[in-house]
Design a protein. Structure first.
Length: 484
């Protein structure tokens, strides 16, 4: 009788990931069996959301049981850290699937849902990665599905189709280059230590040139994937060309997966012994706060604007990690959770005002929205004010916590850059709010298509979560995990 290479507890540790990775198989099977039209489209989204909810239930059970389980020879680490990031990925995938549902082209809805879930599984694998090979495996699962998703537009004009294919090609080329940087960095780290395990990398003394070069290349790849300045130029073009649900999905899931890798590497490998290698990261975070908000000032397309906004928001989150303190990690997770709700809520509003098949993310589509659809305009205004960091929203509380973290860590200059970036962002978001509520001649404004119920669910849930975290932030902050 052959011995089992790994105990069953190892497989139990990756049960939520396994659920998310196998659900697409059922979606594709139903796609072959069910007739075309609403049944096929609705079944694909329903099964995808059901699988994600089941995975979320298992994740919560694991968190409440305080499970900490290194699995597969420390290749995967189950703990509060990985569970928190995985829950954010699952929530983002659910809201993104709700934006897929109103589409009419059922031939691509099933495959799109399947690819979206496989990409989410890659991000969840990265959240629990305990060695370099697991990180790279999760990264490739995440990225390969996204390359396809960026080019899978539904029925659209030739111009829209060309934009989507251009978006997919840009993302493929530039993301592959970033993966190359990471892989070369991993090779050097392995050469310096003789191990791919992150715990083994901790033992390298400061000043090792091979280790320093490996860390530099690895960090460049991470910054590229996160879209931090100066490695951000791909994000606006890819976000604009990709289908709206895919853009919403990428705006959170790719960030959550790469932030988990970055935080694990920062806290588990570099720590306080290699501070000289980390300083450039804080400089990049500061530049991202300013450049992201300044570039957003001139945008007239909502997807491009939210892409630049995401660059700045990532700068805020990375700044929270300055000093590598446990509180900084908790504050970063809090802000990432808040960003998930306010950002995806904004994307859901854009999905609701889009035309039947052609996405309409031009800012002119928001003119007079306060008169045409008051509830939708109020929700959008609330999400934008939260992204700007105004009270009483979750964005305000998150930025206060990040300011406290940077000042406590001795990085006052980062705190001042955060304040400056926030001041610029207020103008960016207020101009959209003004367009929604300034009286206009509605006779010259195209009426939006009948509102679909699915994105409304995303808008409602995100709005409730954003206001709840602003009024009672302890609801999330007090349950955030320590670094394990």
């Amino acid at each position: 009788m052959l011995a089992q290479p790994f105990p069953l507890s190892d497989y139990a540790a990756i049960l939520p990931l396994t659920i998310v990775a196998t659900t697409p198989l059922m979606i594709l099977l139903l796609d072959l069996i069910l007739p075309k039209g609403a049944p096929r489209r609705d079944a694909a989204v329903a099964v995808g959301i059901a699988g994600l909810l089941l995975a979320a239930y298992v994740l919560v059970r694991q968190y409440l049981a305080h499970q900490f389980a290194p699995a597969f020879g420390f290749g995967f680490i189950l703990g509060g850290f990985s569970i928190a990031f995985s829950l954010i990925v699952v929530a983002a995938a659910i809201f993104s699937l709700l934006m897929v549902l109103p589409q009419r082209d059922d031939e691509k809805v099933g495959p799109s849902c399947a690819l979206m879930l496989w990409s989410a599984a890659g991000a969840m694998l990265m959240a629990g990665a305990g060695d370099l090979m697991t990180i790279f495996l999760g990264l490739e699962i995440l990225s390969l599905a996204l390359y396809c998703l960026c080019g899978m537009v539904l029925r659209a004009s030739p111009v829209r189709l060309r934009e989507a294919r251009e978006s997919a090609l840009k993302y493929l080329i530039l993301s592959s280059m970033a993966s190359g940087f990471m892989l070369y960095g991993m090779a050097l780290l392995f050469g310096a230590t003789g191990s791919v395990n992150l715990a083994a990398l901790q033992a390298i003394p400061a000043g090792n040139p091979v280790f320093a070069m490996g860390c530099g290349l690895f960090m460049i790849g991470v910054a590229f994937k996160l879209g931090l300045v100066p490695f951000h130029v791909w994000m606006p073009d890819v976000f604009e060309g990709a289908p709206l649900p895919v853009t919403a999905f990428m705006s959170v899931v790719t960030k959550a997966g790469m932030l988990a890798v970055f935080a694990r590497f920062l806290y588990g490998v570099l720590g306080t012994d290699h501070q000289a290698l980390i300083v450039p990261v804080w400089i990049v975070a500061g530049l991202s706060m300013l450049v992201g908000n300044l570039a957003a000032l001139s945008q007239i397309d909502m997807k491009r604007l939210l892409a630049y906004s995401g660059i700045a928001q990532l700068g805020y989150i990375v700044a929270a990690l300055a000093g590598t303190s446990t509180l900084g990690m908790r504050y970063a997770l809090f802000y990432l959770g808040a960003y998930t709700f306010m950002n995806l809520g904004a994307f859901a509003v854009v999905a609701l005002i889009s035309r039947d098949q052609e996405e309409d993310s031009h800012l002119s589509a928001f003119s007079g929205l306060g008169t045409r659809h008051p509830l939708l305009a109020a929700a959008m205004a609330f999400f934008l004010l939260s992204l700007a960091g105004l009270p009483p929203t979750a964005g305000f509380i998150g930025k206060i916590l990040i300011l406290a973290s940077t000042v406590a860590a001795g990085y006052q200059w980062l705190a001042w850059l955060l304040i400056a970036g926030t001041a610029i962002s207020v103008y960016v978001y207020i101009k959209i709010v003004r367009a929604m509520y300034v009286p206009v001649d509605l006779a010259h404004i195209r009426e939006i298509r009948p509102l679909s119920y699915a994105p409304w669910i995303a808008v409602a849930v995100c709005a409730v979560a954003t206001i709840a975290l602003g009024i009672y932030p302890a609801a999330l902050h007090d349950v955030l995990p320590r670094i394990r």
